[in-house]
Design a binder for this molecule. Structure first.
Ligand code: NAD
Ligand code: UFG
Length: 340
């Protein structure tokens, strides 16, 4: 058990809330910095119900340097930062690029500046498989070349990785882990926390659960003519609780090893098609999904999945939740939010 304090920016969001649960269950003291731009304060109550501990909370916008400085001043005793705070809607980022560059990059720069000022030396950053674009060979390893992103959102991840690398290179005391998430899905098994999409979901899993509960009529399956075994797009779907655990493994490794910078793919190592996901959801929950095949979605890569060997070898972390359990948790969460 650890009683170290960890600052979790974006901790009221989807991945941040699950990571806060995992951190608190492992004995860390968590302080969340979040402006609630894409989350609600009730998440703090749910985390408290699950763990028996209420995380500390600073309602701040990480782009506001004065607010960030004040918050670091109150929590300068933290051992590390896990930086989730970002906007993440790919399509919205194409329409509002400056909002995305400002929010995602100014937040990161402010956090790094204050980490330097307060001698907080460890950061875990939420990167994405989007940095690989459509790789020439699969699975994607950490050495697969990164590609110019097709959206401002994806570009913020590439730029953020560079900003962190340069900051660590210039500061011998600083350590960083870049976690490149594949496709996070699912919810806490209690059904008390999960993904809360604003409006029409962009992502597959919340769309499926909204169709399952009757909130949407049918799922549009984007394309059936991809060069994949069944013609549908292939992704690596990682359970959000497993993803949360990866952050703890990364923190521990960073603090123990003293490595300057490390990068890890966080996925299962297995690619699944959209149709396999639909069929697995139906089997796991007993609920049929009404769908129709439509045109390909612009910008979608045909297939990507992770080589997750490095995280297994170096962090001792691997995905462990059976996909059926992930589906049932997502469905339980959807039923809980549909009630309210
Ligand atoms: P989310 O929107 O659920 O959570 C992000 C949280 O950050 C929200 O609570 C939001 O209110 C907060 N936030 C945003 N801007 C802020 C700011 N300026 N100041 C303070 N708080 C701010 O998103 P998520 O799915 O939990 O994603 C977390 C991180 O993981 C993001 O960096 C995202 O880009 C990255 N990521 C997500 C996915 C995915 O599919 N969910 C995949 C790869 C990477
Ligand atoms: N899909 C559908 N119908 C939908 C939604 C999605 O068929 O209504 C398909 C997509 O075509 C894709 C798969 O389901 O093949 C997964 O799509 P998601 O939108 O859930 O996830 P993506 O792989 O497109 O998105 C991920 C991350 C983003 C990241 C993006 C980069 O969630 O953070 O990759 O391409 F930016």
């Amino acid at each position: 058990m650890s009683n170290q304090k960890i600052i979790v920016t974006g901790g009221c969001g989807y991945i941040g809330s699950h990571t806060t649960v995992a951190l608190q269950n492992a004995g860390y003291n968590v302080v969340i910095f979040d402006n609630l731009a894409n989350s609600t304060p009730e998440t703090l109550d749910r985390i408290t119900e699950i763990t028996g501990v209420r995380p500390m909370f600073e309602k701040i916008d990480c782009t506001d340097i004065d607010a960030v400085r004040d918050a670091f001043d109150r929590h300068g005793d933290a051992t590390g930062v896990i930086h989730f705070a970002a906007l993440k809607a790919v399509g919205e980022s194409v329409s509002y690029p400056l909002m995305y560059y400002k929010n995602n990059l100014v937040s990161l720069i402010n956090v790094l500046e204050m980490m330097t000022a307060f001698n907080i030396e460890n950061i875990v950053f939420s990167s994405s498989a989007t940095v690989y674009g459509a790789p020439d060979t699969l699975p994607a390893t950490e050495d697969t070349p990164t590609r110019a992103a097709t959206s401002p959102y994806g570009q913020t991840k590439i730029m953020a990785e560079t900003i962190i690398r340069d900051t660590v290179a210039a500061n011998p005391k600083m350590h960083a882990v870049l976690l490149r998430y594949f496709n996070p899905i699912g919810a806490h098994p209690s059904g008390k926390i999960g993904e809360l999409p604003r409006g029409v979901p962009n992502n597959l899993m919340p769309y499926i659960t909204q169709v399952a509960c009757g909130q949407r009529e049918k799922l549009n399956v984007f394309g059936d003519d991809y060069p994949t075994p069944d013609g549908f797009c292939v992704r690596d779907y990682i359970d959000v609780n497993d993803l949360a655990d990866a952050h703890i493994a990364a923190l521990r490794h960073m603090i123990d090893s003293g490595d300057d910078i490390d990068v890890f793919n966080i996925g299962t190592g297995r690619g699944l098609s959209v149709m396999e996901i639909i069929r697995t959801f139906e089997r796991a929950t007993g609920v049929k999904i009404n769908y129709t095949i439509t045109a390909r979605r612009p910008g979608d890569v045909p297939a990507i999945w992770a080589c997750a060997d490095k995280a297994a070898k170096v962090l001792g972390w691997r995905a462990k939740t059976p996909l059926d359990d992930t589906m049932r948790a997502a469905w339980l969460w959807q039923q809980n939010i549909s009630k309210n």
